[in-house]
Write a protein that binds this ligand. Structure first.
Ligand SMILES: [Zn+2]
Ligand SMILES: [Zn+2]
Length: 354
């Protein structure tokens, strides 16, 4: 394939200070370092983390400023660095840019394929420019291979939300035929979690509020639905359905109370996985019970390359669907506004050409 012409400048959404104006403007197209590839980003999903980043809700996380946010980019390889072999990447390949843009690949975690635990991570849209731009760079090792026939507009959310819940389910250790409870099941992460759980052969109890959300999660494959607005004792109901408690609980909601409750409804030797991030929250564990019932509580966020490839594969085979709404890159500010007001349905995806 002949090399495409790479422009000198491109459109991007940039902010110079947190909470400052979201500027839709021309910036330089970055040059890939020797171990990087340059991706012509066609679409980028918008994640709640992007909103949190812009608002500086996580001041402990260091940010590059000015910054281009975004970590759900899907596009075409436009250039490869000098050290990138053709076995890794060729111009014209389809590639994804996910949250992990670069890991050290030499620490004890990286050596064990546990890059999300690397202490020297560079995250897309945090410490390096992300995917709300037309061209972005990513370490060749961390870039995600996308199948040639994938729909670039809808795969972006899998690169963050999809991986997050898929990795969470793997972290839970739940096996085919076992029960997993997903709280916040009708939300963006939850609806993907229900589908991945089903695809993995797990039995799903979905918790959310309202008949409409109940019908929605049952359509996605939840075997049982518990309406937290109506159920008097959720733990008791789960123990009844599962004959002794769920094997695992996946907490994607941002309700501290819901997360707290999950410790009570897993069975002996069950696992509680924490994913949702309610601000300034804690889980309180009864020590005697946790010890004697051998309950595990684990944190989980994104996965490594292999988790990512697996998550993409489920999506590519049509086992997992993610409803999206496509708007232009220039409309990011209005998407953030809808997110703040809790009015988004499905995932918003930015078309970088508009
Ligand atoms: Zn995200
Ligand atoms: Zn490392």
């Amino acid at each position: 394939m002949s090399a495409p012409t790479i422009p000198e400048t491109q459109k991007a959404i940039v902010f110079e200070t947190c909470n400052g104006p979201l500027l839709y403007k021309d910036i330089a197209v970055p040059k890939p370092q020797a171990n990087e590839i340059l991706v012509n980003i066609k679409y980028s999903g918008v994640c709640h983390s992007d909103l949190h980043t812009w608002k500086n809700d996580w001041p402990a996380v260091p940010l590059k400023l000015p910054l281009v946010c975004g970590h759900e980019g899907a596009g075409v390889v436009a250039a490869v660095g000098a050290n990138v072999s053709p076995d890794q990447w060729k111009v014209g390949d389809l590639a994804g840019i996910k949250l992990i843009n670069k890991a050290c690949l030499s620490c004890e975690n990286c050596q064990q394929g546990e890059e999300p635990a690397c202490g020297k991570l560079i995250l897309s849209g945090f410490q390096t420019d992300g995917t709300f731009q037309q061209y972005g760079t990513v370490d060749a090792f961390q870039a995600t291979k996308l199948p040639a026939d994938i729909d670039l507009s809808s795969v972006g959310p899998i690169l963050c939300a999809g991986i997050t819940v898929y990795k969470g389910l793997k972290t839970s250790g739940a096996k085919p035929g076992q029960w997993v409870v997903i709280s916040g099941a009708a939300g963006g992460l939850g609806s993907l979690a229900v589908q991945y759980a089903r695809a993995l052969g797990l039995r799903v109890i979905a918790i959310d509020g309202g008949d409409e959300r109940g019908d929605f999660v049952k359509n996605l494959g939840a075997e049982e639905f518990i309406d937290f607005r109506k159920c008097q004792d959720i733990a008791k109901e789960i123990h009844r359905i599962t004959d002794g408690g769920a094997h695992a609980a996946l907490n994607v909601s941002t309700s501290e109370a819901a997360i707290q409750q999950s410790v009570d409804f897993v069975r002996n030797r069950g696992t509680v996985v924490l994913i949702g991030l309610p601000a300034d929250s804690k889980v309180c564990l009864p020590i005697l019970e946790t010890v004697c019932r051998q309950i595990s509580v684990k944190g989980s966020y994104v996965g490594n390359n292999w988790d990512t490839n697996e998550a993409i594969d489920f999506f590519a085979r049509g086992l997992v669907k993610c409803p999206i709404k496509i708007v232009g890159l220039s409309e990011l500010e209005s998407v953030f506004k809808l997110m703040e007001e809790g009015k988004t349905i499905g995932r918003y995806v930015l078309d970088t050409s508009k």
